[in-house]
Design a binder for this molecule. Structure first.
Ligand SMILES: O=C(O)/C=C(\CC(=O)C(=O)O)C(=O)O
Length: 298
């Protein structure tokens, strides 16, 4: 029994997912996933906005193998705050098959940053989703950005579409490669060629240092499982316009879902709809994530 009590209504990740029909190309990378604790070993942060179920590195690696993937990029989840120990432990036990994206505070020391780099961290995440974090002012974020730039790191940003106008200039001024989580969370009930999604496409078009994860249909869809068809036109648009700057991830263990928990095979089976050719699939799942996270192997 964990000493942590899950947030009421918490949906646990899907046990025993089926086999996807789509076979990822050899060397495919799940470039957005998390580990949670286990809480008794790696306690959740006091400032967290939710308390999840446990989701361990071994469970993540078993899912990777089951779905036909080769590697993971593990993104620090807000329930662990800026305590990256669970993330670092998972990378250390991956046999070189995982890299990470950490969260840091402005008070992080240069030695701590170097230790994270040594451990396989390749970037930091700035989270602007209000239900997940207390907003950090932009000045300290920019200072962090300037400090991580010489490490060759990138910045992962997480925000919701309605916030983009207000954040646009700040994002465009970031000095590193920037990776947007889940296409900036579009409202998929709005048109794919409407002004809201067009602003996100403009951000990608005008800033060649911007990449996007075309992930999280289970979070964005109104229509729901198993095909999440309403998300497909948005993701496909991004993949087709920016084929060399897109990443894909499961988002396992899917924190904070409210309506359902996906069988992860359903998510893999969305891939051929958003990346309809073998060439696009190779870029999305292998070439792009390898270039960003395992440059030493390229
Ligand atoms: O897993 C995700 O990408 C999305 C999350 C959780 C999250 O980002 C976090 O806790 O850090 C969400 O929308 O609740």
């Amino acid at each position: 029994m964990s000493k942590f009590e899950k947030t009421p209504g918490w949906l646990d990740w899907f046990q025993n997912p089926t086999k996807p029909k789509f076979t990822p190309p050899p060397g495919a990378v799940d470039a957005h996933c998390h580990v949670f604790g286990p809480g008794d070993e790696f306690p959740f942060a006091p400032e967290r906005k939710y308390t999840p179920c446990d989701a361990s590195k071994d469970q993540l690696f078993a899912l990777r193998d089951h779905l036909g993937f080769s590697r993971n990029v593990i993104v620090q989840a807000t329930c662990h705050g800026a305590d990256n120990r669970a993330l670092v432990d998972a990378i250390a036990h991956s046999g070189g098959k995982a890299k990470g994206v950490a969260s840091v505070k402005p008070s992080v020391t240069d030695e701590e940053l170097l230790a994270l780099k040594e451990a396989g961290v390749m970037g930091v995440r700035f989270n602007f989703v209000k239900r997940l974090v207390d907003a950090l002012p932009r000045e300290p974020l920019m200072e962090i950005a300037e400090r991580i730039k010489p490490l060759g790191w990138h910045i992962v940003i997480y925000f919701e579409a309605q916030e983009l106008l207000e954040l646009y200039d700040f994002f465009a001024s970031l000095p590193t490669t920037v990776v947007v989580d889940h296409m900036g969370r579009p409202d998929v009930t709005k048109p794919v060629d409407g002004p809201e999604f067009e602003l996100f496409l403009k951000l990608m078009r005008e800033n060649e240092n911007f990449w996007s994860k075309v992930s999280c249909p289970e979070r964005l869809s109104v229509e729901g499982p198993p095909h999440y068809s309403d998300v497909v036109p948005f993701a496909r648009r991004v993949v087709e316009e920016f084929p060399d700057r897109v990443l894909w991830g499961t988002d396992w263990p899917h924190p904070n879902l409210k309506t359902h928990m996906p069988d992860d095979a359903w998510l893999v089976d969305v891939i051929p709809h958003i990346a309809p050719t073998e060439e696009l699939q190779q870029k999305l799942l292998v070439d792009n994530p390898m270039r960003l996270y395992w440059p030493e192997e390229m």
